[in-house]
Design a protein around this ligand. Structure first.
Ligand code: NAD
Ligand code: WQD
Length: 345
């Protein structure tokens, strides 16, 4: 019997790639998503890659009763991967209550329903945003949590606390908190990828949209940071590598290998890449020019952050494999598919 895993937010960017990797690993993922930031056509993409029609339920995780009914219907779920959340940092500043309600209520509902339905294991999507600007680089899981700079960041910090408190209170529960650095790229098939809503906030979608002429030029926010070339530094992690880490985390919990009831892992490459470096790596990998100009610093940006991945490598047994060049090509391939599919309107 294939093991069932609930994937909330499973039609989203990271969720859809994780659904594919769960299927490849012999699990039966069950997707719950309210399509607030994703499209139902993602299910076709997943089927094209895996040959398997994903199980999908259109449910809002804020809706306790609907989730309760869902668990009644799908008995025997062994683990939950909780991607469902709102994630736009800027929007969270304008609409904080939307973020607190969506990200926290969804999580609390799931945690409340887990003991009721005999589910012991949860993997949670956290973020390197919890570290703010670390004092020491690379950043380890022991680095201090800095005051959040946005309501979005607060929800990730609060979620981690809510999970830790709940696991402490219910001795059967186990959790793995995965702190992602900067996920980029798309599935190599070009069947699934990131679907930014409107004008992209994140760097790589803006780069690919500029490369294909949808945007006039990229604005590089700041060239006067205290870094070698003056632009910010990030740890860009391939989304398929990231997805695979979730499969490893689920297996770890199901095989009772966790050393603690709450484990935290950084998911990154361990390599810092500047914004200028990313743009020139994209041009080199794809042969396509990206017009850009230097613009003022963006409010709230961290100067530099990259992961110490040794704990994830050694204890979780996961390591990022893809090269930056292949990852950038996958993002470009996806952008071109989007353009030819629907004119990217
Ligand atoms: P995404 O927006 O593509 O995916 C999230 C999915 O959750 C979407 O399909 C959306 O429709 C769904 N969703 C949102 N609220 C819901 C609700 N109440 N009920 C049901 N479904 C709901 O985002 P993503 O980039 O795939 O991110 C997934 C998770 O990883 C999020 O929790 C995000 O905060 C976290 N994360 C993302 C990044 C990143 O840069 N992409 C970095 C660190 C952490
Ligand atoms: C990367 C760098 C920008 C766009 C965000 C969230 C974080 C996490 C990951 C969820 C920065 C620069 C960007 C552009 C640019 N998400 N940039 N021109 O800010 O590291 O992190 O996504 O948890 O919480 O804050 O990612 O891709 O927005 O920016 O110069 O048009 O690219 O200034 O230095 P960021 P990003």
């Amino acid at each position: 019997m294939k093991k069932k895993v609930l994937v909330t937010g499973g039609t989203g960017y990271i969720g859809s790639h994780t659904v594919v990797e769960l299927m490849n690993a012999g699990f039966t993922p069950i997707i719950v998503d309210n399509l607030s930031n994703s499209n139902i056509s993602v299910l076709d993409g997943i089927k094209k890659i895996t040959g398997i029609e994903p199980v999908f339920e259109n449910i809002d995780c804020k809706d306790y009763i609907a989730l309760d009914r869902f668990f009644e219907k799908y008995q025997g779920i062994e683990a939950i991967i909780n991607f469902a959340a709102s994630k736009a940092v800027g929007e969270s500043v304008e609409k904080p209550l939307l973020y607190y309600r969506n990200n926290l209520m969804s999580l609390v509902n799931l945690l409340e329903l887990m003991p009721k339905h005999g589910i012991d294991n949860i993997v949670f999507s956290s973020s390197c945003t919890v570290y703010g600007q670390p004092d020491v680089l690379p950043v380890t899981e022991q680095s201090p949590i800095k005051p959040a700079t946005s309501p979005y960041g607060s929800t990730k910090q609060m979620s981690e606390t809510i999970i830790a408190d709940t696991v402490y209170a219910y001795s059967n529960l186990k959790a793995i908190l995965l702190r992602y650095f900067n996920p980029i790229g798309a599935h190599p098939s070009g069947e699934i990828g990131e679907l930014p809503n409107g004008i992209p906030n994140n760097l790589l979608p803006y780069v690919t949209q500029t490369a294909c002429g949808l945007r006039e030029k990229l604005r590089i926010f700041g060239d006067d940071y205290n870094t070698e070339d003056g632009s910010c530094i990030r740890d860009f992690i391939n989304v398929v590598d990231l997805a695979k880490a979730h499969v490893v985390a689920v297996k770890r919990m199901l095989e009772n290998k966790s050393e603690k009831s709450v484990e935290i892992f950084n998911l990154g490459t361990g390599r810092g890449v500047s914004v200028f470096e990313l743009v020139s790596a994209f041009e080199k990998a794809t042969g396509v020019k990206v017009p850009f100009e230097v613009a003022p610093r963006r409010d709230g940006d961290i100067e530099k952050v990259w992961a110490d991945t040794s704990y994830a490598n050694e204890v979780l047994g996961w390591k990022a494999q893809e090269t930056l060049e292949d990852t950038l090509r996958s993002a470009w391939n996806w952008e071109q598919k989007l353009m030819s599919r629907d004119g990217n309107s």
